[in-house]
Design a protein around this ligand. Sequence first.
Ligand code: C2E
Ligand code: CA
Ligand code: CA
Length: 623
Amino acid sequence: MDDSATFVSYHKALMELSHDAGFIRQPRHHKLSALASLCGRLLEVERVSVWFFPPERDRITCECLYDKHQVAETGPQSVASGEKGLSSVSLYRSDHPGYFQAISEERILAVNDARNDPRTSSFNSDYLPSVGIHSMLDAPVFDGSRLSGVVCLEACHPREWTLPELSFAISIADTISLINTHEAWVHSKRALDFVSRFDTLTGLANIDSLKERVIHLAEKIRRRKTGSLALIWIDVDRLKAINDGLGPQAGDSVIAEIGQRLKALRLEGKDLLARIGGDEFAILIRHHTQADALNGTAERIQEAIRQPIRVSGQSLSISASMGICHLPEDCVEPQELLRGAEAAMYHAKNLGRARATVFDSAIQISAQSRFALERELRAAISGDALDVFYQPIVDQSGKTVISIEALVRWNHPQRGWLPPIEFLDIARGSGLMYTLGECVLRRVCKDWSTADSLGIHLPVISVNLSAEQVLTLDLPDRIKEICAKHRMPVSALQFEVTEDSIQGDFNTLAGVLETLVDAGAKLAIDDFGTGYSSLARLKSLPFSHIKIDRSFISDLPDDENDCAITLSIIGLARGLGLSVVAEGVETEAHEQWLIEKGCDLLQGYFYSKPQPFNDLMEHYFLT
Ligand code: C2E
Ligand code: CA
Ligand code: CA
């Protein structure tokens, strides 16, 4: 046969092997063995081996060997156990630098005289003579663009490798490269499938899987006109307190443990258990959906969660609030089942947690109004329709306005002026706090520049920031941008963050808050005394003011506890060199006591309620 006929016959044999459906379905090591053996037989060499780099990349390790003198091809185990010359299985880069360099640089290593070739002579001392090797033909294997191994042909006679042989060895190596690439793809696809269907912390199904399952089962019930489904929405109570107090890892351990317990729980009709949010799980129940059965089920779930959990050396007792909704009794659409169960869960929380509530018509009405309100709020935010009221903060004279606090208001088309308590929870629950904050800031800037254009220089405006905002690295840039648009300096602003909002990732929030202070803004810690306060955080973040929560002020000076707390906060502020603001000052008695104890600034109805911008201007600045 001439060269081209040989070339064609080799490649035809490879094509027949590698395009065979059976070959494609085989596990990796069968594929490698088949390729090695085909190569060995066609090229009539003594041995064909496939090697790969382990992650350390300091060596190559034999994964598969065809040996002409052994009856069958062998997998990696028999290489490791049986074969003399390859019994070490690994070849180290440090022992064979010339060889490693060559395989990483050359497309093919055709070594006719291996014992005298500088690329392979390092094998001389023990390996080549002992197995009688004279010639080698090595072709590198890739994983994507990265060298991942080598196919190695060995012959026991000095041999001039021909062009068809070189080409064939390269094709074998390329076929293995393709197998690698395909495997990597399958692997990442599987990982992706897993991530998109399962929760990584607990290994349970995620909300998408749950929704899919509900859709499937609801459709079945609709079609067959029989069967029933219940969804139990489980919200772990006070997980936030655990995260805040013991750190997010403790919170994760609690969630993982509860996930395991729910998984182990045998419940009648249990169909799917999913983790559907940070501290939320859901269980789908089929058929066993009569009221008393479900009440029993909910009790058993509560019991499982109630068993103490040991975390960070502490024993925690946890409870859950649950909401239950039925299909088809309470609803027909799959989405309604989820919403109904969630609404019932909220109801359980409002009733005082640690209980289960079954969906009913009253819950339905409040859930509907909540969803409607969320929709309207979203529209109000994106339409810049939220408003801001301002409340002065005065010095000890009670007359001089030192700063004004911006407080969001919503003039609802049907319900009139709504205070934040009516809609901030909804904004928080639907991830709207960040955009709400921007909307407020835009309004503040607009009002500031209105005053500016009238030649009035407003005192510092204090703006409340949410946790979502201070945990967003872009925040300072966004604030600078919005201010610049209204030609307002950032130093005309002060920001208030609550104790609760500074519990998140320290590096992020320190970066955000420091950048704001560097830009000239002041920083106050709000509602001080109510949250979980870490003195370390208070000290290491650039605060200049502490605001004492108004719950401590309202019963001054009669309530001894409140007096003691307020005094200690004033002392703490002194120690840290911060100014103290008392909020909720409503009476002369409050004012007197606070000034006596050294409180620097005062805010409350005693001086002024929050008022619309025009009223504020009229009362204080337009004379
Ligand atoms: P806050 O930051 O502690 O604001 C002070 C709240 O106390 C305001 O309630 C104010 O109207 C009220 N207040 C002031 N003086 C007195 C007083 O003498 N007596 C009584 N009983 N109350 C007084 P408001 O406007 O309802 O705001 C409630 C909370 O909503 C605020 O508490 C703040 O945490 C939040 N909030 C308001 N606007 C925003 C905002 O733009 N962004 C964010 N993230 N939160 C905001
Ligand atoms: Ca505030
Ligand atoms: Ca406050």
